[in-house]
Design a protein around this ligand. Sequence first.
Ligand code: PLP
Length: 475
Amino acid sequence: MTDATLEFPPETMRRMGDQVMRRVVDHLARIDEQPVRGDVDATALCRAMREPAPEEGSALEPLLDALFDEWIPRTFNTASPGYLAYIPGGGVFPGALADLIASGVNRYTGVWPTAPALVQLEANVLDWLREWMQFPATARGLFTTGGSMANFAAIVSARERKLGAELRRGTMYLSTQTHHSVGKAARLAGILPDRVRAIEVDSTFRMRADLLSQAIAADHAAGLQPFLVVSSAGTTNTGAVDPLPAIGALCAREGLWHHVDGAYGASFHLCPELRPLLAGLPQADSVTLDPHKGLFIPYGTGAVLVRDGEALRAAHAETASYMPENQGEEFYDPHQYGPDLSRGFPGLRVWLAFKLYGAARYRAALAEKRALALDAARRVAALPHVVMDAPPQLSLFAFHLEWPGATLAEQDAATRELLERVTRRGKVFITGCQAGGRFLARVCVLSFRTRQAQIDTCVEHIAGEAGAIVARARA
Ligand SMILES: *Cc1c(COP(=O)(O)O)cnc(C)c1O
């Protein structure tokens, strides 16, 4: 008969834990020696990897060999200090420790009465985020799996508050630069694409409040019901911060909900000296944060704060006779504020990271990332043939290559080639985007591992490759 025991003896658990920990720590200790963009041309590999469910168990070491030697290297190295692509992640080690604890003890933290003290830790962290965003005590929040689901929770709250059952009349507004997760979240929330207006941006890629006002008026005139504006506190393309005070004032005047997608940029609000860059954020009706970006937590943790916490609760609260008795208003009960019931313990990752580092170190790290981006932008802008399209508002800038006589198509091709050649050198990874009618290269500094050395390498490699590309194009 097959053994039905799934528990390991303590000494086995300890040995397996040591084996895994050794791999992870060895990996992290040499993270900057690995190419920052691994070989992800892996269709043949992936086909060869398809396998039936194993009937018999196997040893741990060979599985770790395959993971750490073959599969993990064939990834974008999003944990690398040279990862300046898209919006960087990072993954601070306390997050990994928290996951081990959370999964190891496997307690039920979606429901307050089942783990009150653990849920309180999560409530505490949400409260810290609330204070750092300067939201009022009436605000409530939710840890989500990411910024996309945070945007979704905000849109559902706005819909619940502003539209009730009349979904089809409702119209919402974003900009041509808004992250695509917002349109997706709108659709999931029942706001279909024909009720979503993409407002044009100005030359700095910020939403034009005058055009927003006109679009709202036009929809009113057409008998529709404008209910929500989503602005960006740092767009993914160029890092643009929309004019939050003007948009907020317009929303207040018109009775619209103002959601700020701060998945990239809101964490800079932790630093008092950087708050002017995000003026208007504390007055928003809701804000998306993405701790797995700007708080350096491992992937799988987003967050939303809603000023009128009752709106978040109204959109999600449910009861059932088999559930433990709710404890009333005093204590935060996660499943009353979000779609999940059973779930992981996202709050522990953020809690442990802040407890181990302290908030002051986080502020220092965030301020350093911005300073590094300013330094990189200043030096890249000074290079021949570089035109800075979007200087850093937070920690992201965008630029292109240009030389006399070059067509737009030639400039786009040269800028694309620049990204490819810089990234192929293996030390820094940069990506591009289409914005303002041309292709832009962009550098985003947000990994906690990125320090001055990577910025120096980035500038050096851009300078070398840009010079070579333009010299060849002009020859
Ligand atoms: C990354 C990002 C999102 C989506 O967040 P996920 O965590 O990837 O789901 C939304 N908005 C902006 C501005 C982002 O940068």
